[in-house]
Design a protein around this ligand. Structure first.
Ligand code: F6R
Length: 251
């Protein structure tokens, strides 16, 4: 695992944006695996700025998002589709039909999970998968205990995850109880992984990732077995991880 320590959220976002832009420049028809949440907001802003300043083109890019809430319509202000449209898709030259998220309003959720897996398979998986990390070590909405072999599935969100996400809703009761998430197996199959972490709230999960064992109790830990993973983390997120001469204790 390559670990890049940065000073701030701002620097993390700049470095992550450069990483994605480099991927697009190398292969303008890349498949980008995308995430939502607070961690990726700064990065998307920088991608939009870069699109205006440098004309980086998304014409041939295809995207696969990690997850979507169950029961929120596409145009619901809190849906991940709305987040992606507002933060990135509406501001770059990416044809909307080349963007993909699970459909949280599907009548048959089991069929929707199969459809999404088939889509991932047909597209050939992500060339680069962008990930945030939950305070409990989740990736996508794969909560602790999820099988490393999992495909797209419906999850019941843990109370801690619903609480962490309640800031976007008027009350915790409005936070959906379920979501559809890409499985850990599909995330792991991505050619490259870019994992981002910022702030003290992520320090415990990052410490467990870097110093602990690969274990289904910490979904993100499987990524230690991935051959092309970069973690960009700020000092606060790395604050519980011991460092020796610039090399993190187990790396
Ligand atoms: C979002 C996602 C989640 C978030 C994680 C961190 O699509 O899959 O795993 O990346 O919950 O969320 P933030 O960035 O809000 O701290």
């Amino acid at each position: 695992m390559k670990i890049i320590e940065v000073l701030s959220y701002e620097e993390m976002s700049t470095k992550a944006a450069n990483f994605i832009i480099q991927q697009i420049n190398q292969d303008p028809s890349s498949v980008l695996g995308l995430a939502t949440g607070e961690t990726t907001l700064g990065l998307y802003k920088k991608l939009v700025q870069d699109h205006y300043l440098n004309n980086t083109s998304y014409q041939n890019i295809r995207t696969l998002n990690l997850d979507e809430y169950v029961g929120l319509a596409e145009n619901d202000p809190q849906s991940y589709r709305t987040y992606m449209n507002n933060q990135l898709f509406n501001h770059v030259d990416l044809p909307i039909q080349q963007t993909h998220l699970p459909d949280g309003m599907a009548k048959n959720l089991v069929e929707e999970c199969l459809r999404y897996d088939e889509l991932i398979y047909n597209i050939g998986g992500a060339d680069i998968q962008l990930l945030g990390i939950g305070q409990n070590g989740h990736i996508g909405f794969n909560e602790p205990g999820t099988s490393f072999q999992s495909n797209t599935h419906v999850v019941e969100l843990m109370d801690s995850t619903r609480k962490a996400n309640a800031r976007y809703f008027s009350s915790i009761n409005d936070v959906p109880t379920h979501a559809i998430t890409m499985g850990i197996q599909s995330i792991f199959n991505s050619k490259k992984i870019l994992l981002l972490a910022s702030g003290h709230k992520k320090a415990n999960a990052i410490e467990r990732l870097l110093n602990g064992k690969v274990n289904e109790d910490l979904p993100v830990s499987i990524l230690k077995n991935h051959e092309d993973i970069t973690l960009i983390a700020d000092r606060e997120a790395l604050s519980l991880t011991k460092k020796n001469d610039g090399i993190y204790s187990t790396y």
